[in-house]
Design a protein. Sequence first.
Length: 147
Amino acid sequence: MRYEGTITISAPRGVVWVFLTDPHQVAQCAPGVESVETIVPDYKFRANAAIGFGSVKARFTGVVEFQELEPPTRAKLKAHGDAPGSAADVVSEMVLTDGPDGTTEMKWSVDIVVLGTLASLAARLMSSITQKLTAQFFDCLKAKIEA
């Protein structure tokens, strides 16, 4: 599954960058994230998350790594998570540019591959639920950064 979009955040690019590259800050907005632990500061993190697709629920443990960082413009990260009988791989990228009147424009993309039991049982629900969770994430993100 691939998702992408652009959002405008009413804050300077440096402020947006600092928030978005801090996994503890981002975790506050990521639906289902229960904990985040730093493995290598500013580079590698472990996270636990519980995600439900209808009646199918899974608890993932995963590792997130920044693959590319070009402060305060671009970041790319890769994540792999395991749940009993399932796995997920995610590659996400963001590009920040200055917008008008001190705003920041963020172009983002994410590629998600889900394998195993979760993929087979919840395949028809994944797209709509993922879109809903993505909207919740960005609404929270904007609210926290703009506060």
